[in-house]
Design a protein. Structure first.
Length: 267
C-alpha cells in the first residue's frame, strides 16, 4: 500500500484570534446606534483596520440543519460564555481557489467537498472563482482585492518542501481566524485557509477509490475551516488520521449542524 493510500491526514491548523481594539475610524450610522460602544478593529502588521459591518440582513440563508445522529465532535475555539466560535450563518461564506499546483481533475473534488459541507452545516458556501493569492495562514484578513468585507476562504495547494505544515503524512491543513464582530465580544470565524498537499492528493486520486478518499480529506479540512477540531473516534471524518472513511460520521454531522447554527451578526 502506498504511502498516499495510507495518508492520514490532517492536523488542525487554527489561526489565533486576531487582536481587537477600540477604534473610531469611519463613523457610520451603525456606530451612532452603538453610541458608547466602540467599534472593533484588527491590527494587521502596522495597520489598524476597522472591522467591517456585516453585509445584508441578519436572516439565515438556509434552514438550520437538525442532525439525526449523535457522536463525537469538538470545536477549535470555544468561548466560555458565547459558545463555539462559528461563521455567521446569515451571510454567504465565500471561497476562492488558488489554482497553482492543483492536480489534474481535482476541481470536481473541491466542489463536491464544498457541497458536502454546505449540506451538512446549513452554511451557504459560495464559490467566487480563482485568485492569485497563495493559500497561507500568514494572510491578511482584510484585503482590498476582495472588496469591503473579510477576505474569502482561500483554498490552495502546496508541497512538503514548500510548506512544512504538510510534512509526513499530513495531506492538508485548514482553519479560520476567530475575530470579534463589528461591536462587542461575540466572535465569528473569518477568512479561512485550506492548504492541500498536491503530491499526496495527486497520488491518492489515481488509486482505486482514491477520488472519494481525496474528497473526504478536503471535507475534513472544511470541517476545520468551519471550526471543528479533531476527535478520537475513528468512525468520524474529523479523526486526525482517518484513512478509509469517505463520508461524514455521526458526530461529524452533529458537529457540522452546530457549526452552522451560530448567531447572526446583527448591527
Ligand atoms: Zn485535521
Amino acid at each position: 500500500m502506498s504511502r498516499a493510500l495510507n495518508v492520514s491526514v490532517l492536523i488542525a491548523c487554527a489561526v489565533a484570534g486576531a487582536v481587537v481594539m477600540a477604534s473610531w475610524q469611519g463613523i457610520v450610522i451603525e456606530d451612532l446606534k452603538h453610541f458608547g460602544t466602540p467599534r472593533n478593529s484588527v491590527i494587521e502588521g502596522d495597520t489598524e483596520r476597522t472591522i467591517p459591518l456585516p453585509d445584508g440582513p441578519a436572516m439565515r440563508r438556509s434552514a438550520v440543519i437538525v442532525p439525526e445522529t449523535s457522536g463525537s465532535f469538538a470545536f477549535l475555539f470555544d468561548d466560555v460564555s458565547e459558545g463555539p466560535v462559528r461563521y455567521d450563518p446569515c451571510r454567504p461564506v465565500k471561497w476562492v481557489l488558488s489554482p497553482a499546483g492543483m492536480p489534474r481533475g481535482a476541481l470536481p473534488m473541491l466542489h463536491n467537498a464544498a457541497d458536502a459541507v454546505a449540506a451538512a452545516s446549513g452554511i451557504d458556501l459560495v464559490y467566487e472563482g480563482t485568485t492569485n493569492e497563495p493559500a497561507s495562514f500568514e494572510r491578511e484578513l482584510l484585503q482590498p482585492q476582495y472588496g469591503e468585507g473579510f477576505a474569502p476562504v482561500v483554498v490552495g495547494w502546496s508541497t512538503e518542501s514548500q510548506n512544512p505544515d504538510l510534512a509526513g503524512a499530513v495531506s492538508g491543513v485548514g482553519g479560520s481566524s476567530a475575530v470579534n464582530g463589528a461591536y462587542g465580544e461575540q466572535r465569528y470565524l473569518r477568512a479561512g485557509v485550506m492548504v492541500l498537499d498536491s503530491e499526496d492528493l495527486r497520488q491518492l486520486a489515481v488509486a482505486p477509490g482514491g477520488e472519494a478518499r481525496a474528497t473526504a480529506i478536503i471535507m475534513h479540512e472544511w470541517g476545520h475551516v468551519l471550526g471543528l477540531a479533531h476527535v478520537q473516534d475513528p468512525n468520524e471524518l474529523m479523526n486526525a488520521s482517518s484513512s478509509t472513511l469517505t463520508t461524514w460520521g455521526p458526530g461529524d454531522l452533529a458537529g457540522l449542524a452546530i457549526a452552522g447554527a451560530g448567531p447572526c451578526e446583527d448591527v
